[in-house]
Structure formats: C-alpha cells, structure tokens
Ligand binder design. Sequence first.
Ligand code: KG4
Ligand code: ZN
Length: 338
Amino acid sequence: MSDKEILILGIESSCDETAASVVADGRKILSNEISSQIDIHTLYGGVVPEIASRKHVERVNQVIRKALSDAGAELADLSAIAVTYGPGLVGALLVGVSAAKAISFASGIPLIGVHHIEGHISANYLAAPELEPPFACLVVSGGHTHLVLTEDYGKYEILGRTLDDAAGEAFDKVARAVGLGYPGGPKIDRAAREGDPESIHFPRGKVDGSVYDFSFSGLKSSVLNYLNTQDMMGIEVNVPNVAASFQRAVVDVLVGHAMEAADQRGFKKFALAGGVASNTALRTAMREQCERRGIAFYCPPPVLCTDNAAMIACAGYYEYLKGNFAGMDLNAVPGLAL
Ligand code: KG4
Ligand code: ZN
C-alpha cells in the first residue's frame, strides 16, 4: 500500500445488506464485505424493518472488522469513514450511522455522510476507472427509479423518476404473486429465460405530460388482473411466460425513456445502476440501444449493482476531496432527496 493512497472505509446498512468496504483513491476496491439478510426476510416474503435493524446491530462490527482485515488496513490508515445516511429504512440506516459516528469519535477519523443513490451511481466509477462525468444514468433499485444526469461529482440533474412503484418493487410484487418468492428480481430474471416475452401483452406505463417520468403500478395491476382471470377460469398460469412478458414491459419502458432522453439531450455516455441493473434483459437492451446510437455504455458487475459499501466509499472519496465532512450530529434521513 503506497503512502499516498487515500483509503476510505465505506459502511452501508440502508436496507437488508450489512456492508463495509475499503476503497483506495476512490476507484480501487481493497475489500468488499457484504452480509446479506435475504435468508431471514425470505421467511416473511419481504424485508421486515425491525428484523433488518436487529440483524444490522448483530453484524455491523464483524463486517467492518472483516473489511479492514481483508484490505490489510488498520483504522490509522484511513483518511475518512463514509456512511449511507439516507434514503432507506430509518432503523436500518441508524445502525450504520451510529457505528460510523462511534468509530469516527473514538479515532478522530473524519466522517462523511453519503446519499445511497449517489452511491449506486458511483459504482460505475469502480467498474470503469476511466469514467468521468458528465454522463446519464438510469438508477433502478428496490426503492428508486431515477433518470439522472451526473453533471459532475456530487452534482446531479434529475430528469425523471417513478411516480408510484420503483422498478425493483414491481419485480418483487409480481414475483410474489406468481409464487416465486423473495427477492423477486433475480427469480423473475431466471424464470424469464424459459418464457416467451411476446406471449402476453402487458401495458407500457406512460405519464401524461412528462416523458421521462415512470409509472409501474398500472403494469403491476395488469399482471395481478391477468393472474386472477386465469385463476377464475381454472387455467394454470405459465410462470416463465408471465415473467418474460412482464420483464419485457419493464425493460421497454426503462430503455424507451432512457433513449428518448439520450436522443433529445445528446448524451455521449450512459450508465446503469441499482439492484435492477443486474437484470440480464435490461443490460442487454441498454447495451444494444446505446451501441446503435454510438453512446458509450457502462454497467457495474451485479455484485456492485445491488447494495454494497464499496460504492459508498467511492462516493465518499469525492466528498472527501471537496472537504465535505459531517459532524457528530449526522442523523439517518429515511426520505433524503438526491
Ligand atoms: O439496489 P438494491 O440492492 O437495493 C435498493 O436500494 O433498493 O436493489 C434491490 C432490488 C430488489 O427489488 C431486487 O428484486 C432487484 O433489485 N433485483 C433485480 C435483479 N437483481 C436484484 N431485479 C431484476 N433483475 C435482477 N436480476
Ligand atoms: Zn440500493
């Protein structure tokens, strides 16, 4: 490890992953420890906030220790501690924020608060060391669907967002309705490979007067109605066909809006981010459409698309360079805006 490297410890606990990571100079991952709670929440068909908080408390210290030891680093080597302080589940966020504050207070290492979505976008810097702003980014996760222009590090213009369900939420709800269970996204992705995406027509949600905004609640209701009708008629549902047709509708809307923005605004670079960015069909469609237009396409590997702390350390690095530090009054902000 060179003396000049700036090491940031990232901590993430906004939902159901307890994660810590050490990143050097904002772009080099030295460790990336992720403790998933999926097994526990699967029993309940979704994330139970109280259980999530309790599991974060149990695991946060071990995860941080492991991240430091995997990186071959000690607290004294760190330049800053970056932690997700919103948006997310308040009780879950509080665990990471409290751990980061305690370590910062005890060691004197500066503290940095990071926006979770900014973290997701920053995962692209880890996967593509040559990537610099400006670039457009489609952020699709369990809680968010945003079409964003990253103008500069930490500077964003929001072009569009979902007015109801997030894309990942729609995946999770449809998966539950067809009996695939939680978490729905990866299960729909897998089932869809065996199905015909043209077999059932589901609506492509449009928002009047706002070309870049999204709406997925109509699509979700349409799938639920289809399932009910089949059930009433005593027809067995073909799960792969429902999964493939639903996924095609989501991908059409996401890629359609993204490319409309690209055509109108003339973007040269387009990135994907968030848990749903690990979706095979979405990655393929975005890559094809970007290539057709001569737009450079970026997409992190799946492990950096879903929640992790390397992306938080990366976003924290650029705040560190600007001297944007947080005080001991840093608090969890569940509805934090970008
Ligand atoms: O970014 P993330 O880990 O957490 C949030 O910040 O929300 O995203 C989780 C979401 C879940 O809704 C999950 O079903 C979805 O990402 N997801 C996927 C895939 N992998 C995860 N959705 C579609 N296809 C996938 N392969
Ligand atoms: Zn996330």
